[in-house]
Design a binder for this molecule. Structure first.
Ligand code: ADP
Length: 166
């Protein structure tokens, strides 16, 4: 039986940190679904279709992955897809409390589904989509932090950045 993992998130937008976690997941699991939460409550910068498009372009060439939107309870989605695990990235101790709470709640909701935590490469351990948007809004360099398609999409929104405009 193929072992399927689900990597859920908002991906607003996808960063090299996310990509690192997806690639690590592929080393352990046979198949991975990158599950993009619609998450209107978070008021994402990129709408769901654009987030999916940027993920597809960023993960081009990787086999054994699928990218999908979901807008139901995560465990229900994972069960429906036949996943055995939810993979989450842990960047720092500060992520731990919230992630532990979620993992235990998800286990309570469905004890068959495990949550697996993965640590990214150190160079991405400080990286978040929020920080990327902040840097982009000031026109800072995103070199090495996000795929070029994402940097381009952010430039379309923010232009040269607040401090670099004449
Ligand atoms: P969410 O809104 O669910 O937190 P995110 O898109 O912010 O969605 O994150 C999705 C997943 O990717 C989470 O497990 C998060 O911890 C992980 N993640 C985000 N950035 C990084 C990073 N730089 N390194 C490793 N994991 C990361």
């Amino acid at each position: 039986m193929k072992r399927l993992a689900i990597c859920p998130g908002t991906f607003d937008p996808i960063t090299n940190g996310h990509i690192d976690i997806v690639k690590r997941s592929l080393r352990i699991f046979d198949e991975v679904i990158v599950a993009v939460a619609t998450n209107p409550k978070k008021r994402p910068l990129f709408d769901i279709n654009r987030r999916i498009e940027l993920i597809k372009k960023s993960l081009q060439g990787l086999d054994r992955i699928k990218i999908e939107a979901f807008d139901c309870l995560l465990v229900d989605y994972v069960r429906k897809r036949g996943g055995v695990a939810i993979v989450r990235g842990l960047r720092a101790v500060s992520d731990f409390e919230y992630e532990l709470q979620m993992a235990l709640m998800n286990r309570r909701l469905d004890s068959e589904i495990e949550t697996v935590f993965m640590m990214p490469s150190e160079e991405y351990s400080f990286l978040s989509s929020t920080m990327i948007k902040e840097i982009a809004s000031y026109g800072g360099s995103l070199e090495g932090l996000v795929p070029e398609v994402v940097a381009e999409a952010l430039r379309e929104i923010f232009g040269a950045g607040r401090c670099n405009e004449e």
